[in-house]
Write a protein that binds this ligand. Sequence first.
Ligand code: ARG
Length: 586
Amino acid sequence: MSDLKAALAEAVGTAFAGEGLDPALGRVTVSDRPDLADFQCNGALAAAKAAKANPRDIATRVAERLRGDPRLASVEIAGPGFINFRVAESLLADRANAIAGDVRCGADPVAAPRRVLIDYAGPNVAKPMHVGHLRSSIIGESLKRLFRFRGDTVLGDAHFGDWGFQMGLLIVALSDLQPDLPYFAQGEDPFPTISPVSLEDLERLYPEAAARAKTDLEYRDRARRATAELQAGRPGYRALWKHFVAVSRTALEREFHALGVDFDLWNGESDADPFIPDMVADLKAKHLAIEDQGALIVRIARNDDKRELPPLLVLSSEGSAMYGTTDLATIVQRRGEFDPALILYVVDQRQADHFEQVFRAALLAGYIAEGGAEHIGFGTMNGTDGKPFKTREGGVLKLHDLIEMTTAKARDRLHEAGLGAELSPEAFEDIAAKVAVAALKFADLSNYRGTSYVFDLDRFTSFEGRTGPYLLYQAVRIKSLMRRAADENAAPGPITVAEPAERELALTLDGFDQALAEAYDKRAPNTIAEHAYRLAQSFSRFYAACPVLAAPTPALKASRLALAGACLKQLELALDLLGIETPERM
Ligand code: ARG
């Protein structure tokens, strides 16, 4: 199913060809002056440049060939040689009917689906999550849904940080506190299956231990040794570590789920560990890994680099695997288990060099093909001071607290707006939670991911303006219209397009495919957010101008009901692709 732009490009291309010109010049874009035109073609300008001719002449001749085309209501020349089009009502109606009857709401799948792995969120055991993890979760979840919707086979992996120095810190901290626990004895006894620590314990122990290790060198050494022993397989430490991982994961999964973020895989950094020895041997055999001052490195700099990229450190001089080693081994692991054609790493922009190093090494070693991995970086969520957001106490923001805080605000907002008053307390809570998630996610995703933005809960939760709650409110309004229609047995029928607001809504519906294609190509969901907002606004104007249940004729009523239904379906789908769930009422 092609959108109007594509249908027009074909007609205009044929007209260019009729003038002996390249049909590709018939490319059509949505008009940047909707008051003058629906679509425009700038091909005459390019054609004139190449032929050293007058662009207006070419435009006039092309336009002449298009006059009388039943798909076009008007063809006009503007400025130096732009061709402006209004599409015929019949074509708009055909397109709206096609969208209304399409399970994909008018958006095409990709021509060549691939296997794609999306590495996002990247939470760590015991270390509290910061806003970087939040943005990664929100953007990654949306990309996962988008890629899947467009037809790719997608796995989302949390890439759990379960293997670093923080593990040694936790072991040492706990052994000081409870030295008699069986995990600290040398031996292979069966260890208790119940965790000796809760999440609260971990969250308290970790920052204390991390702070102490900064100044207390002896303590730091003990933690290093514990990390090495854990990684070497000391049974008691392994058993304890499993508890740390399980306790953290259970809590994190619950919090992510509350945010509408769910993973297919919770592979840990530890899962890549068994792949390291063979990989190191392979890198050596390929003469990529070389000794340098006692360490093992892979040189990845290129002659045309604008600035110097340091080599990838594979093994430190103490023989430990590093962050980059784990990521490289994870690529080897993923290749064996899923063989993705593309891996997307949704990680803070500040890790750009790290990923460049890893990808180059992977390419040199033949673990990925050119373009087989991309770092999808993003800016920060800032406080009003312009620095990455911190809580009022100056600490990192915990995901759990953020959700609580936003939900409390959502409750206030609902009360203020007089919404949900007649609902049961459970139903009201459910809606407050959905409004909160919509507020946070839409605020994030409506910005291009590379842009940093300021955390402003008041604005994010408002029911007015470019916000998640506004979009939910519009969707719920249409749902309530649909319920009233069902109550009076009014059914949708063929869509006709006549009123300006009907035209506008049909044109907006048509733009969905392009919004998704752009989001997909740029790996940036903001164009979906933008589309959802425009759709809600178009609906709002349509609803104000065109009575639906009180339409003058039964045919018009059926048409408008179908148009409203198509709009609701597409809006809900767009929101779903952003990871936002729409309530039934509020
Ligand atoms: N756990 C890491 C952090 O907190 C993020 C992991 C990102 N993914 C990756 N494959 N390196 O910074």
